[in-house]
Design a protein around this ligand. Structure first.
Ligand code: ATP
Length: 316
């Protein structure tokens, strides 16, 4: 039986507001998520055994049961035991291009690709919503990564409302190779610092979260106005990450004085992005950031917004 090669794009957050604490212990969030063309490639093939095997060309990525791609395959085997018994396990090869632990949903997009890949391999015919629901049990960012594009994400980040795609906006992205920020640490620190400002009841929590639907950022996206989007970028997690991580602050400041239209940290960091007018502008911004921080540990990428999530590259 044939396998599939899938493209698994990263995401950035154009907007991330922490609304408050939920009864289940998670935070209620209001976010605008955006896919970019910086992507991993996931090759998934049946292996005729009872095992799920993961390979990756980046040594930072675990190959055991803690890998989110592995967990996605394990979930499919559990949910669809007949197909698993009949068709066997899978080999998953991850060609990693997305920086790891960067706030770019690298693991989540790999998991989303495995869900889509196994749906194809086992001819399950699942709908997008069914795949997103399975993804939500693996992690809050997984559902968005399935269809990608541009979406408002509320709840823990798993409740999605798609917006008209925002493609071809140039983005420069920076991340220090040796630096990572723990997402649980960032949220825990935010709660310890700002917890006393959270709304006290569920009703005001959901009302505030859903107000993002009518926010100026959404209008700017609908009008594809890169300048306005750049002025409206927001990420509450900057308030705890920037004071703690001098290198992220330095990178954020380098972008702010680079001539980019706007800049923001993505997710819990440490990656920082700048929005640009054109490819030429992006190259200038990249050079400017590089000359402010001539550290070899800093990786810089030129990428673009795209209006799709997991998609098929080829059969293999
Ligand atoms: P998010 O933006 O969803 O918070 P992230 O981009 O910050 O995620 P990941 O790249 O997903 O972070 O990596 C977080 C941790 O998850 C890593 O330290 C790594 O050990 C682990 N991990 C598990 N599976 C994967 C995977 N397939 N790719 C990358 N990291 C993985």
């Amino acid at each position: 039986m044939q396998g599939y090669s899938l493209v698994a794009p990263a995401k950035i957050n154009l907007y991330l507001e922490i609304i408050g604490a939920r009864e289940d212990g998670y935070h209620e969030l209001a976010m605008v998520m955006q896919s970019i063309d910086l992507a991993d490639q996931i090759d998934i093939t049946p292996n005729g055994s009872e095992n799920i095997r993961v390979q990756c060309d980046n040594l930072e990525v675990p190959l055991d049961k803690t890998n989110l791609a592995y967990r996605a395959a394990e979930l499919m085997a559990k949910e669809f035991p007949e197909q698993f018994a009949k068709l066997g396990g899978v080999d998953i090869k991850i060609h990693k291009r997305i920086p790891v632990a960067a706030g770019l949903a690298g693991g989540s997009t790999n998991a989303a690709a495995v869900l889509v890949g196994i749906d194809l391999l086992w001819k399950l015919g699942l709908t997008k919503v069914e795949i997103e629901e399975l993804g939500a049990t693996l992690g809050s960012d997984v559902p968005f990564c399935v269809a990608g594009g541009t979406a408002i994400a509320t709840g823990r980040g798993e409740q999605l409302a798609e917006i008209l795609g925002l493609d071809n906006i140039y983005i420069v992205l920076g991340k220090h190779l040796s630096l990572s920020v723990s997402t649980p640490w960032a949220y825990k620190t935010y709660r310890a610092t700002y917890g006393d400002t959270y709304p006290q009841d569920n009703q005001s929590l959901t009302a505030r979260a859903s107000s993002v639907h009518s926010a100026p950022m959404i209008k700017a996206i609908v009008h594809k106005n890169a300048r306005e989007i750049s002025q409206l970028l927001h990420n509450d997690l900057e308030k705890v990450v920037l004071p703690e991580y001098a290198k992220v602050l330095e990178l954020r400041e380098a972008f702010a004085s680079s001539g980019a239209l706007g800049t923001m940290m993505s997710g819990s960091g440490p990656s920082v992005f700048g929005i640009c007018e054109s490819l030429e502008h992006a190259e200038k911004v990249k050079q400017q950031v590089r000359s402010s921080i001539p550290d070899e540990d800093l990786e810089l990428f030129t990428t673009q917004t795209i209006s799709q999530g997991i998609h098929l590259k080829s059969s293999i």
